[in-house]
Design a protein around this ligand. Structure first.
Ligand code: UD1
Length: 363
């Protein structure tokens, strides 16, 4: 029997862990314990995904909650160490690039437990982004690195990481395929009841914490998008919008959505505007063009294929990106029927588990 702990703490980590958790709970050779750091704690940022994606309850919640990065990381390390030792953990599984990922990897290696990192090798080469720092550290101290694409493998090789590198594909694509039926059944489009709209998400601190910057960005999008903009608002962003009473004619703000509703909303949308990492790939699978409101992306496959456009956040650049996309819209949409998926075949979680258990990957 192998004792595996999977440590997660944020919305995207819960989603990308779901297929792996299902595989592991069905495996009689594995004793899986899910540990929630509590980095995300609102119902619609955490619990809803456990219910929707039928993920078993975590063994425990470290309840670290909000705070500075240093606070979150330090608290997770302090609280997780005890749990990992008590459980006689053989291996820790860590998804993604959040503060929870960094802290749980550090804790594990410090108590001598190997880490397998999935969604490894993503790089945007912007060290001002918290996630870029997290990914680099996690990849350099993990024993096994499951990469989602050839490009991620190249990134890891360039950095001469010491762990074993395996091309697994993306567990986020596994979830997307597994949930397809439920996504199609979502009633979100009836609720929205609009012929045409685009979707916006914004949560990066550099985009939302400064009120003037957020206001300018929203004003530009409101003016140029030339249609209604559905904006599911992250709690961090909601606080700023509420405090400054930001309001624009075309902007329809809603609460964060469950996974299936969000995917259906993106599928039905003319295009997506986002500063999220994961949503750039999800828009790709939904065959929806994406404008990325960041200066760089780690998901260069989507930009190289000509369906994701890096706009940054400067007024002029966002405006040009939207206008150019609308002008070439049919050509961009056509590309989706001609390109393959660089993020695996939808069986990433099976590959990860086969490697770990059958190939004796971590012994
Ligand atoms: C974190 C991750 C980011 C990921 C994102 C997904 C880091 C450094 N960032 O960013 O990689 O893309 O999650 O959403 O780990 N808050 C609530 N309720 C919640 C969660 C957050 O009110 O359930 C508020 C808190 O005020 C908190 C703020 O949102 O201070 C930011 O949350 P935090 O987890 O620090 O970072 P995210 O912006 O969510």
């Amino acid at each position: 029997m192998v004792n595996i702990c999977l440590v997660l703490g944020t919305r995207p980590q819960i989603i990308k862990s779901a297929p792996l958790i299902h595989e592991l709970t069905n495996n009689h050779n594995v004793n899986l314990k899910i540990i929630h750091t509590g980095q995300h704690y609102d119902y619609e940022m955490s619990r809803v995904f456990f219910e929707e994606l039928l993920i078993p309850n975590p063994y425990c919640n470290l309840n670290v909650g909000a705070g500075s990065h240093a606070h979150q990381i330090a608290e997770i390390i302090q609280r997780l160490e005890k749990v990992l030792l008590e459980l006689r953990t053989d291996l820790v599984l860590v998804p993604g690039d959040t503060n929870s990922a960094l802290a749980s990897t550090l804790t594990s290696v410090k108590v001598g437990i190997p880490v397998a990192h999935f969604e490894s090798g993503a790089r945007c080469y912007d060290m001002l982004m918290a996630e870029e720092v997290n990914r680099r550290v996690v990849d350099h101290i993990s024993s096994i690195l499951f990469a989602v694409s050839e490009n991620c493998i190249d990134n890891l090789k360039k950095e001469s990481v010491l762990g074993r590198i395996i091309l697994s594909g993306d567990t986020m694509y596994d979830v997307f395929l597994q949930e397809n039926r439920a996504i199609q059944k979502s009633k979100i489009l009836e609720k929205i009841d609009l012929e045409e709209y685009c979707v916006l998400t914004l949560h990066r601190s550099e985009n939302v914490d400064n009120t003037d910057r957020l206001k300018t960005l929203l004003r530009t999008i409101n003016k140029v998008a030339s249609k209604k903009i559905i904006f599911p608002v992250h709690p961090r962003t909601k606080r700023v919008i509420k405090k400054s009473m930001i309001k624009f004619d075309n902007l329809i703000t809603i609460d964060p959505l469950p996974y299936n509703d969000m995917m259906r909303l993106v599928q039905g949308s003319t295009f997506l505007l986002t500063d999220s990492g994961g949503l750039q790939k999800e828009a790709f699978w939904c065959k929806t063009p994406c404008i990325t409101l960041r200066e760089r992306t780690e998901w260069v496959e989507t930009t190289n294929l000509g369906v994701n456009f890096i706009a940054g956040t400067a007024e002029k650049n966002v405006s040009v990106a939207i206008q150019t996309l609308l002008k070439n819209y049919d050509k961009v949409k056509e590309k989706f029927s001609m390109i393959g998926n660089p993020y695996g075949d939808g069986h990433a979680s099976k590959k990860i588990i086969n490697f770990l258990l059958e190939a004796g990957g971590f012994r």
